[in-house]
Design a protein around this ligand. Structure first.
Ligand code: G6Q
Length: 548
């Protein structure tokens, strides 16, 4: 395969970046009162205003040509057909089937996957209804008050983010907690306030072999048995979500209490499967299905809409514009919503684990940047920490502002202030403050001329800093589903253009293997031969720090 960077479409974009270097966004707005209408669209409850980007109609058309060169339609069709688009693992990628509430036919190796999906959804409904209504009781006959989900990475980040995002839909009678880190602090500090008789553990692991998850699950089991004194209690207090029935049974969980999913569901795309069980427990199955419906709506939009009016495609291309032609290395995600505080971390995995690759799907090294560093935290907090760099630093940081217009918690003027700040940040990034404006402002403040000259350079904002404004009415399960699916498809489109396998994650393997060797050194109080001097000395230091 030829690298996309050698295509005419790529070269056109390189030249085009140089051509538009002198454009000022504030001038573009002044020249074209229709700019915000021209560069915006509304779909699935999401309004995307991408007018504050360094783009013209020509830029968008050049970017669309790049998508065409990458054969985006072919790869989209291939995904839907259940082809093994995750070629390095030989797997189909069918998370869209998990939320397929429509007519589409999804098959893997000629087998319709929909009956199995529907059957697990109905088991999730029965179970979550039982727990939430108090029909499912703990071993001592008490109602479940706390759910602790134990999982990591793709088996945790999605459900954790969604449960927090939809907290306004949760009832106080059932609290949901997440434990992922093998650092015992997290498990101990979560369990210290809980009662084993009223706690239900959901052990979420696709493979059921992940070191962190199994270690935490073992300790949770000990905690439970220490209080309830009977192996029979495990059946009332532990359920599993996995693809590995044998390992679940070996752990001691009754396979009847296991919720299945399938190898064609990638970890970071799995919140729509039984991995979403903590979500169903937290907000109820009806709401969980609304989340699926929102994602399904976005799937239909992604599959059906022409590229020029396709939200994930537009977002993907804008990202590529700055990443590959504008020299930016990162992309900030700034939700103006406290309940979306885990969204940046969730998207870090979806984006960076998917597209943090250095060779194409054929194994050829790329000669261009692939996935950017994704980072962020909610506004307005972010304004008081790192926004300085985005406004006046030397780096270009494209930013997504995510803004629900209606609050679940209207409180005096809180929401007016939140929204005003969000709009102002995007406006300031776009407009900046010119030297003349900075000087005029200082002069109006009766500041001595000499001091003004010293201050002016510090008071200039270059502006022209791009952002997307992603607006929803209220953060409902439906709109959240659409929002997440929008980002999933954006990542897919970028992966197609960069020609990488967005669905494997070999990069997490090496560290895991080496951790295994080091752990065995700890156990033997030794150090394997051939270990580098830095690691060896750190291993010795750890031996010395071990309590006797
Ligand atoms: C996600 C990754 C990874 C995975 C975790 C947990 O796409 O594959 O984050 O989800 O390593 O794996 P298990 O679910 O198998 O425990």
């Amino acid at each position: 395969m030829h690298l996309i960077s050698h295509s005419p479409a790529w070269r056109t974009l390189e030249t085009h970046w140089r051509e538009i270097a002198d454009l000022r966004m504030r001038d573009l707005f002044e020249q074209d009162p229709e700019r915000s209408r021209r560069f915006s669209l509304e779909q699935c409850g999401i309004y995307l205003d991408y007018s504050k980007n360094l783009v013209t109609e020509q830029t968008m058309s050049n970017l669309m040509a790049l998508a065409k060169t990458a054969d985006l339609t072919f790869w989209g069709d291939s995904l839907l057909r259940g082809d093994k688009v995750n070629n390095t693992e030989g797997r189909a990628v069918l998370h869209m089937a998990l939320r397929n509430l429509g007519y589409r036919d999804y098959q893997v190796d000629g087998v319709d996957v929909m009956p199995a999906i529907r059957s697990v959804l109905s088991r999730m409904r029965a179970f979550s209804d039982d727990v939430r209504s108090g029909r499912w009781l703990g071993y001592t006959g008490q109602r479940i008050t706390d759910v602790v989900s134990i999982g990591i990475g793709g088996s945790s980040l999605g459900p954790k983010m969604v449960c927090e995002a939809l907290r306004p839909y949760q009832e106080r009678t059932l609290r949901v907690h997440f434990v992922s880190n093998v650092d015992g602090a997290q498990l101990v500090q979560t369990l210290q306030w809980l009662d084993p008789a009223t706690t239900l553990f959901v052990i979420a692991s696709k493979t059921f072999t992940t070191q962190e998850t199994i270690t935490n699950a073992d300790s949770a089991r000990d905690w439970c048995l220490e209080a309830l004194h009977n192996e029979a209690a495990i059946a009332r207090h532990f359920v599993a979500v996995s693809t590995n029935t044998e390992a679940v049974a070996a752990f001691g969980i009754d396979p009847h209490n296991m919720f299945e999913f399938w190898e064609w569901v990638g970890g970071r795309y799995s919140l729509w499967s039984a991995i979403g069980l903590p979500i169903a427990l937290a907000i109820g199955m009806d709401r969980f299905e609304e989340l699926l419906a929102g994602a399904h709506d976005m799937d239909e939009h992604f599959v059906e809409a022409p590229p020029e009016r396709n939200m994930p495609i537009i977002l993907a291309l804008l990202g590529i514009w700055y990443n590959n032609f504008g020299g930016s290395d990162t992309h900030a995600i700034i939700p103006y919503n406290q309940n979306l505080r885990h969204l940046p971390a969730y998207l870090q995995q979806v984006d960076m684990e998917s597209n943090g690759k250095r060779v194409t799907r054929d194994g050829e090294p790329v000669d261009y940047q692939t996935g950017p560093v994704i980072w962020g935290q909610p506004g307005t907090d972010a304004q008081h920490s790192f926004f300085q760099l985005i406004h006046q630093g030397t780096r270009l940081v494209p930013t997504d502002f995510i803004l629900p217009m209606v609050s679940h918690h209207p409180l005096d003027e809180h929401h007016d202030k939140l929204v005003a700040n969000c709009l102002a940040q995007a406006q300031a990034l776009m407009r900046g403050r010119t030297e003349a404006e900075a000087r005029a402002e200082l002069e109006a403040g009766n500041i001595p001329a000499e001091r003004i000259e010293k201050l002016v350079p510090h008071r200039i904002f270059p502006g022209n800093r791009p952002s997307n404004m992603i607006v929803v009415d209220k953060l409902t399960p439906h709109v959240l589903g659409a929002l997440i699916a929008m980002y999933e498809h954006k990542v897919f489109v970028q992966g197609v253009i960069w020609g990488v396998d967005s669905f494997d994650q070999w990069g997490v393997e090496l560290g895991k293997q080496l951790a295994g060797h080091i752990l065995s050194d700890f156990r033997q109080i030794s150090c394997s031969p051939g270990v580098d001097s830095s690691t060896a000395s750190l291993i010795r230091r750890y031996h010395m720090a071990m309590p006797d």
